[in-house]
Design a protein. Structure first.
Length: 221
Protein backbone atom coordinates (compact mmCIF):
# COMPACT_ATOMS: atom_id res chain seq x y z
CA UNK A 1 0.00 0.00 0.00
CA UNK A 2 1.32 3.43 -0.93
CA UNK A 3 2.27 5.83 1.82
CA UNK A 4 0.03 8.87 2.21
CA UNK A 5 3.12 11.02 1.67
CA UNK A 6 2.80 10.52 -2.09
CA UNK A 7 -0.14 12.94 -2.14
CA UNK A 8 1.70 16.08 -0.92
CA UNK A 9 4.84 15.01 -2.81
CA UNK A 10 2.78 14.72 -5.99
CA UNK A 11 1.43 18.23 -5.45
CA UNK A 12 4.97 19.50 -4.87
CA UNK A 13 6.09 17.80 -8.07
CA UNK A 14 3.20 19.42 -9.95
CA UNK A 15 4.58 22.73 -8.77
CA UNK A 16 7.80 22.00 -10.70
CA UNK A 17 5.92 20.50 -13.64
CA UNK A 18 4.00 23.75 -14.07
CA UNK A 19 7.27 25.67 -13.75
CA UNK A 20 8.78 23.61 -16.57
CA UNK A 21 5.64 24.16 -18.64
CA UNK A 22 6.06 27.91 -18.08
CA UNK A 23 9.61 27.79 -19.46
CA UNK A 24 8.63 25.64 -22.45
CA UNK A 25 5.63 27.87 -23.19
CA UNK A 26 7.58 31.10 -23.04
CA UNK A 27 10.18 29.56 -25.36
CA UNK A 28 7.39 29.57 -27.96
CA UNK A 29 6.60 33.21 -27.22
CA UNK A 30 3.39 32.79 -25.22
CA UNK A 31 4.05 34.97 -22.17
CA UNK A 32 0.45 35.02 -20.98
CA UNK A 33 0.17 31.23 -20.82
CA UNK A 34 3.58 31.09 -19.14
CA UNK A 35 2.29 33.46 -16.46
CA UNK A 36 -0.74 31.23 -15.95
CA UNK A 37 1.54 28.22 -15.47
CA UNK A 38 3.55 30.06 -12.80
CA UNK A 39 0.32 30.90 -10.98
CA UNK A 40 -0.75 27.25 -11.31
CA UNK A 41 2.57 26.27 -9.73
CA UNK A 42 1.80 28.63 -6.86
CA UNK A 43 -1.57 26.96 -6.33
CA UNK A 44 0.07 23.52 -6.22
CA UNK A 45 2.69 24.87 -3.82
CA UNK A 46 0.01 26.25 -1.50
CA UNK A 47 -1.72 22.88 -1.36
CA UNK A 48 1.20 20.53 -0.71
CA UNK A 49 1.93 21.76 2.81
CA UNK A 50 -1.73 21.65 3.74
CA UNK A 51 -1.99 18.11 2.38
CA UNK A 52 1.09 17.03 4.34
CA UNK A 53 -0.34 18.43 7.58
CA UNK A 54 -3.77 16.95 6.89
CA UNK A 55 -2.38 13.45 6.38
CA UNK A 56 0.22 13.86 9.14
CA UNK A 57 3.15 13.12 6.83
CA UNK A 58 5.22 16.30 7.14
CA UNK A 59 8.92 15.51 6.98
CA UNK A 60 12.38 16.66 5.91
CA UNK A 61 12.12 15.01 2.49
CA UNK A 62 8.99 16.96 1.61
CA UNK A 63 10.52 20.23 2.82
CA UNK A 64 13.66 19.75 0.73
CA UNK A 65 11.65 18.74 -2.33
CA UNK A 66 9.44 21.79 -1.86
CA UNK A 67 12.41 24.16 -1.80
CA UNK A 68 13.96 22.64 -4.92
CA UNK A 69 10.68 22.86 -6.82
CA UNK A 70 10.10 26.42 -5.61
CA UNK A 71 13.48 27.52 -6.94
CA UNK A 72 12.65 26.09 -10.34
CA UNK A 73 9.10 27.44 -10.60
CA UNK A 74 9.44 30.81 -8.86
CA UNK A 75 13.13 31.61 -9.23
CA UNK A 76 14.44 30.23 -12.51
CA UNK A 77 11.23 30.15 -14.58
CA UNK A 78 10.24 33.80 -13.89
CA UNK A 79 13.84 34.89 -14.53
CA UNK A 80 13.71 33.24 -17.97
CA UNK A 81 10.27 34.71 -18.65
CA UNK A 82 11.48 38.18 -17.69
CA UNK A 83 14.61 37.87 -19.83
CA UNK A 84 12.81 36.70 -22.96
CA UNK A 85 10.07 39.29 -22.45
CA UNK A 86 12.06 42.51 -22.11
CA UNK A 87 15.35 42.05 -20.27
CA UNK A 88 17.02 40.77 -23.44
CA UNK A 89 16.73 44.31 -24.81
CA UNK A 90 19.23 45.48 -22.18
CA UNK A 91 22.09 43.30 -23.44
CA UNK A 92 24.41 41.87 -20.79
CA UNK A 93 22.58 43.86 -18.11
CA UNK A 94 19.52 41.73 -18.83
CA UNK A 95 21.59 38.61 -18.09
CA UNK A 96 22.68 40.09 -14.79
CA UNK A 97 19.16 41.10 -13.73
CA UNK A 98 17.70 37.68 -14.57
CA UNK A 99 20.50 35.89 -12.70
CA UNK A 100 20.16 38.30 -9.78
CA UNK A 101 16.48 37.50 -9.41
CA UNK A 102 17.07 33.74 -9.46
CA UNK A 103 19.91 34.05 -6.92
CA UNK A 104 17.73 36.15 -4.60
CA UNK A 105 15.14 33.39 -4.79
CA UNK A 106 17.74 30.78 -3.83
CA UNK A 107 18.94 32.93 -0.93
CA UNK A 108 15.36 33.47 0.23
CA UNK A 109 14.67 29.74 0.29
CA UNK A 110 17.92 28.93 2.08
CA UNK A 111 17.21 31.54 4.75
CA UNK A 112 13.67 30.24 5.19
CA UNK A 113 14.90 26.68 5.68
CA UNK A 114 17.47 27.76 8.26
CA UNK A 115 15.04 29.96 10.20
CA UNK A 116 11.89 27.84 9.89
CA UNK A 117 12.00 26.88 13.57
CA UNK A 118 12.76 30.38 14.87
CA UNK A 119 10.71 32.76 12.68
CA UNK A 120 7.04 32.31 13.58
CA UNK A 121 3.89 34.21 12.63
CA UNK A 122 5.32 35.97 9.59
CA UNK A 123 7.54 35.59 6.54
CA UNK A 124 10.88 37.37 6.62
CA UNK A 125 11.05 38.93 3.19
CA UNK A 126 8.64 38.48 0.31
CA UNK A 127 7.93 34.74 -0.17
CA UNK A 128 9.45 33.44 -3.41
CA UNK A 129 6.13 32.11 -4.81
CA UNK A 130 4.69 35.63 -4.65
CA UNK A 131 7.88 37.13 -6.08
CA UNK A 132 7.89 34.72 -9.00
CA UNK A 133 4.20 35.26 -9.69
CA UNK A 134 4.68 39.03 -9.60
CA UNK A 135 7.39 38.97 -12.24
CA UNK A 136 5.57 36.46 -14.44
CA UNK A 137 2.19 38.21 -14.34
CA UNK A 138 3.67 41.67 -14.83
CA UNK A 139 4.30 40.64 -18.43
CA UNK A 140 0.53 40.90 -18.89
CA UNK A 141 0.55 44.66 -18.25
CA UNK A 142 4.14 45.67 -19.02
CA UNK A 143 3.49 46.69 -22.67
CA UNK A 144 1.70 49.70 -21.19
CA UNK A 145 4.79 50.58 -19.12
CA UNK A 146 8.36 51.70 -19.98
CA UNK A 147 10.92 48.91 -20.45
CA UNK A 148 13.18 50.30 -17.75
CA UNK A 149 10.34 50.13 -15.22
CA UNK A 150 9.92 46.40 -15.84
CA UNK A 151 13.65 45.83 -15.35
CA UNK A 152 13.67 47.93 -12.18
CA UNK A 153 10.66 46.02 -10.87
CA UNK A 154 12.39 42.65 -11.31
CA UNK A 155 15.38 43.95 -9.33
CA UNK A 156 13.11 45.44 -6.66
CA UNK A 157 11.20 42.18 -6.17
CA UNK A 158 14.52 40.36 -5.87
CA UNK A 159 15.61 42.73 -3.11
CA UNK A 160 12.26 42.32 -1.34
CA UNK A 161 12.69 38.55 -1.23
CA UNK A 162 15.98 38.85 0.65
CA UNK A 163 14.85 41.80 2.77
CA UNK A 164 13.70 41.67 6.38
CA UNK A 165 10.28 43.15 5.61
CA UNK A 166 7.67 41.16 7.52
CA UNK A 167 4.82 39.60 5.57
CA UNK A 168 1.86 37.89 7.29
CA UNK A 169 1.71 34.11 6.96
CA UNK A 170 -2.05 34.03 7.72
CA UNK A 171 -1.66 31.14 10.14
CA UNK A 172 -3.03 33.12 13.08
CA UNK A 173 0.19 33.31 15.07
CA UNK A 174 1.53 36.68 13.97
CA UNK A 175 0.84 40.26 14.99
CA UNK A 176 -2.67 41.56 14.47
CA UNK A 177 -3.07 43.17 11.05
CA UNK A 178 -3.77 46.90 11.40
CA UNK A 179 -6.58 48.44 9.30
CA UNK A 180 -4.73 51.47 7.90
CA UNK A 181 -2.18 49.52 5.79
CA UNK A 182 -5.02 47.37 4.47
CA UNK A 183 -7.12 50.40 3.48
CA UNK A 184 -4.22 52.20 1.78
CA UNK A 185 -3.20 49.06 -0.09
CA UNK A 186 -6.73 48.39 -1.34
CA UNK A 187 -7.15 51.97 -2.55
CA UNK A 188 -3.94 51.76 -4.55
CA UNK A 189 -4.87 48.39 -6.03
CA UNK A 190 -8.37 49.53 -7.06
CA UNK A 191 -6.84 52.54 -8.82
CA UNK A 192 -4.30 50.30 -10.57
CA UNK A 193 -6.87 47.79 -11.84
CA UNK A 194 -9.08 50.67 -13.02
CA UNK A 195 -6.13 52.14 -14.93
CA UNK A 196 -4.83 48.79 -16.22
CA UNK A 197 -7.69 46.24 -16.49
CA UNK A 198 -5.23 43.59 -17.71
CA UNK A 199 -3.60 43.65 -14.27
CA UNK A 200 -6.37 41.56 -12.65
CA UNK A 201 -4.07 38.55 -12.20
CA UNK A 202 -1.09 40.66 -11.21
CA UNK A 203 -3.11 42.65 -8.66
CA UNK A 204 -3.48 40.02 -5.87
CA UNK A 205 0.27 39.43 -5.70
CA UNK A 206 1.03 43.13 -5.94
CA UNK A 207 -1.46 43.70 -3.12
CA UNK A 208 0.43 41.31 -0.85
CA UNK A 209 3.78 42.84 -1.77
CA UNK A 210 2.55 46.37 -1.22
CA UNK A 211 0.83 45.55 2.06
CA UNK A 212 4.06 44.31 3.61
CA UNK A 213 5.86 47.51 2.64
CA UNK A 214 3.12 49.87 3.82
CA UNK A 215 2.61 47.91 7.02
CA UNK A 216 6.35 48.02 7.78
CA UNK A 217 6.51 51.77 7.17
CA UNK A 218 3.45 52.60 9.27
CA UNK A 219 4.30 50.28 12.15
CA UNK A 220 8.01 51.06 12.43
CA UNK A 221 8.66 52.80 15.71
Amino acid sequence: MLSKSWIPNALTSMNLVFGVFAVLTVAHGDFTLAAYFVVAALVADSLDGRAARYFGVSGDFGKELDSLCDLGSFGVAPAIIAYLFLLKDFGWIGYVIAAFFACCGAFRLARFNVNVSTVKGYFMGLPIPCGGALVATMTMISPALPNWLFAAFVVFVGFLMVSKVKYPDFKGHGEKIKPMPVILTLLIIVAMVFKFPASWLFAPFFTFMLFGLINSILTTK
